[in-house]
Design a protein around this ligand. Structure first.
Ligand SMILES: [Zn+2]
Ligand SMILES: [Zn+2]
Length: 108
């Protein structure tokens, strides 16, 4: 499976922040400035979901292996998704919003 073609820079539809591709080989699926995401995946990274709704960051979840994940809720269909927080990239996630989200930590 290649993540190459998906890892391109794009503009946030929520705040118009220019989002650069990640340098560590993983693909970014949320905006580092406002942390909103977009409902484009059925399986992570497949971009096969026709919903395309904007997804609001509503909480954080600690995954023992993957680290902090941002909980996103789709504003159109209500789907709940989890995305790994990008803290070690050239555009780290907005720490103020992450701290605010940490008030709402989800557990399994
Ligand atoms: Zn944004
Ligand atoms: Zn959706």
């Amino acid at each position: 499976m290649s993540r190459h073609t998906q890892n391109v820079s794009f503009e946030c539809e929520r705040c118009a922040h220019k989002i650069e591709k990640l340098s560590n080989g993983s693909f970014r699926n949320h905006c580092p400035a406002c942390l909103w995401s977009k409902h484009v995946d059925i399986l992570p990274g497949d971009r096969a979901n026709p919903c395309k709704g904007l997804m609001e960051p509503i909480g954080l979840h600690w995954h023992p292996k993957k680290g902090w994940q941002i909980i996103h809720k789709c504003s159109i269909c209500g789907h709940i998704g989890r995305n790994i927080a990008a803290s070690n990239s050239i555009q780290p996630d907005n720490a103020d919003i992450l701290i605010a989200l940490s008030q709402s930590v989800w557990t399994d």
